[in-house]
Structures are given as C-alpha cells and as structure tokens.
Design a protein around this ligand. Sequence first.
Ligand SMILES: [Zn+2]
Length: 202
Amino acid sequence: MKIVVAILSIFILALMFTLFYYNPYLTGNTIESGNLTTTGLTIDDLGELRHWDHMPLSYNYSNEEECFPIRISRAELALNEIERLTENQVYFVFTESDADISFVCSRESFVNVVDRTETLGEAEVEYNLERKVITSAKINLYSGVPEECNYPDIEIHELLHALGEGHNTHTQSVMNVVQQKCLKSINMNVDGVIFERLKDTY
Ligand SMILES: [Zn+2]
C-alpha cells in the first residue's frame, strides 16, 4: 500500500511539475517580466493579447556575416509570405539602423533549450505589459536546416511569434510546437484563422 501511495505521489508531483513548466499562465514569470522567450520547446499562448502599435515593421540582420546565406533567403521568403497571406496588412521594411524585428544568427540560445538539435529557430518578444503592445522582437536563425525543406516554415513560425501569435496543437499548423519543420506551404484550412486575425489586428 505504501508503495502504491509513493508511486502515486511521484506521478502527481511529476504531473504538477510538467504543468508548471509548460504552462506560462501558471509560471507567470515570463508574462510579468514583460519579456517572452519562445522556442520550439516552450509552449506559450498569449497570442491575441499582444500586437504592434505601428506598421510597417522594420527589420534587419544584426550579424549577417555569421548567417548561412540560405537562412537569409528563407527569412526574406518568410517576410514575403506573411505579407502575401495578410494581403499586405502586415508588411516589413528593411533598415540598416535599429529595427523592430532583428534577425540574429547565433549558436548561443536566448533561453535554456533542452535539446538544441530539435530547435531550428527561436524568438524573443518584448512587450509593454499594460498596453499589451509589442516593442521589439529578436529572432535567432540557427545554422542547421534540412536541405530538402525549401519552404521557410521555421522562419514564418518565429515571425508569427514576433507578431504576437502563440502555439497551437494542430499537427498541420505552422504554429505547432512539434511541427514537421518541412511544410510545403501554409495550410490555410488550418492556419487561415491566424492570418485573418492578423488582417483584423493591423
Ligand atoms: Zn514557437
């Protein structure tokens, strides 16, 4: 009987830990700090709470010389794709100076990632908690990317974080945490709602 109770306790503790670890509403600290860091391994879903207060959004590459050229071209494709899918309600302009969205190519993670080999991009979004306005975003483009995957799904995923979108659980969604990372295109039957929301917001 004691063994059963002990096993049950460990199970419940593990469950509580899991819920605490994966649920930003419970951990709270990332929300209250006004700084949210996401990776393919961290679940957040603050989507509709956050948005930019201006358009267009400027972007730059803070250390382009460190980037694999393919990641630059994929980022450019991702920017174009988001403009197209929002019918230019969201649009981006390149800048040499300080940008709203800064692309970084770094092996240094923004956050403690458990398994870097599973994570191909990450986004850090800073925002004003009271106004729920996003003030800046940083997107890390890791070097490794499957060659056979031409569509910039990773970059779109991170850019959508930068636009205030969170994860969802649909297996075909570009915002699925454990997506295949090799989408051929955005499935608008699944993700159309995201782009409709962006068009409404901006
Ligand atoms: Zn993500």
